[in-house]
Design a binder for this molecule. Structure first.
Ligand code: Z5A
Length: 215
């Protein structure tokens, strides 16, 4: 009996304006050029229900307790995993996900100061065996990221309205997570030019695609 190869789960992380959306297209194109099938998704979001939860979470006029925010992130994640991520991986497709559980560790665990234990308990319950094969962390100082977001000209969402101290905690939360899991994370200095950022992303992709489950 032949077993279909499971795809790779690649996640993109970073603070506001780090360049994830810009990087996602580059990664998609690169993986496709290797002849790989790729599904893209984002969090919170990815399915109609999860996109509905996203709207509630991002509504600038909305207010919610930090615990509510964390639980809604995992409610959306449970949908995305069940409907998009697991089926695609099981069919041998790579999944490129714009943010995943590390965002909950950084934003809710560190930013909202709920702590890692609460996030890890939910992660253990919602996706006990699912872990990214590669996490690209686009790291940018808070003021540079906010400047980029400001230049975008779009209305700010509920997260983007937070104060600088919140974003500093988020950034440190991400960097601490990367230090804890150096085999999974690749930290990229996102203050570099787009070309330089893409060169580093490509090296990380080549490394993970050199593994036994790529080809
Ligand atoms: N959130 C959470 O709290 N907990 C969770 O568990 C999850 C999420 C999953 C929505 O995420 C919110 O949900 C998010 C965290 C929270 N907070 N917010 N907001 P999102 O990913 O959808 O939203 P976002 O982080 O704000 O995405 P973004 O604003 O689109 O940022 P980005 O994708 O990282 O940046 P970009 O759009 O690619 O680039 C921003 C601008 O910078 C753009 O004009 C680019 O042309 C420019 N750019 C990009 N790279 C460069 C370089 N290298 N040089 C110069 N300029 C550049």
């Amino acid at each position: 009996m032949t077993h279909r190869r499971r795809g790779l789960l690649i996640t993109l992380e970073g603070g506001e304006g780090a360049g994830k959306t810009t990087a996602q297209q580059f990664i998609y194109d690169w993986l496709r050029a290797q002849g790989r099938s790729v599904t893209t998704t984002r969090e919170p979001g990815g399915t109609p229900l999860a996109e509905g939860i996203r709207n509630i979470l991002l509504d600038a006029k909305g207010e919610m307790a930090p615990a509510t925010e964390l639980l809604l992130m995992f409610a959306a994640r449970a949908e995305n995993i069940a409907k998009i991520i697991e089926p695609a991986l099981g069919q041998g497709q790579d999944v490129l996900c714009d943010r995943f559980t590390d965002a909950s560790r950084a934003y809710q665990g560190a930013g909202r100061e709920l702590g890692l234990a609460a996030v890890d308990a939910l992660a253990d319950w919602v996706h006990p065996t699912l872990k990214p094969d590669l996490t690209l962390l686009l790291d940018v100082p808070v003021e540079i990221g906010m400047e980029r977001v400001g230049k975008r000209g779009a209305a700010l969402n509920r997260f983007e309205l937070a104060d600088t101290a919140f974003f500093e905690r988020v950034r440190h939360g991400y960097l601490e997570q990367a230090m804890r899991e150096p085999d999974r994370f690749v930290v990229i200095d996102a203050t570099q030019s787009l070309n330089e950022v893409q060169t580093e992303i490509q090296s990380a992709l080549e490394a993970v695609c050199g593994g036994e489950h790529c080809g």
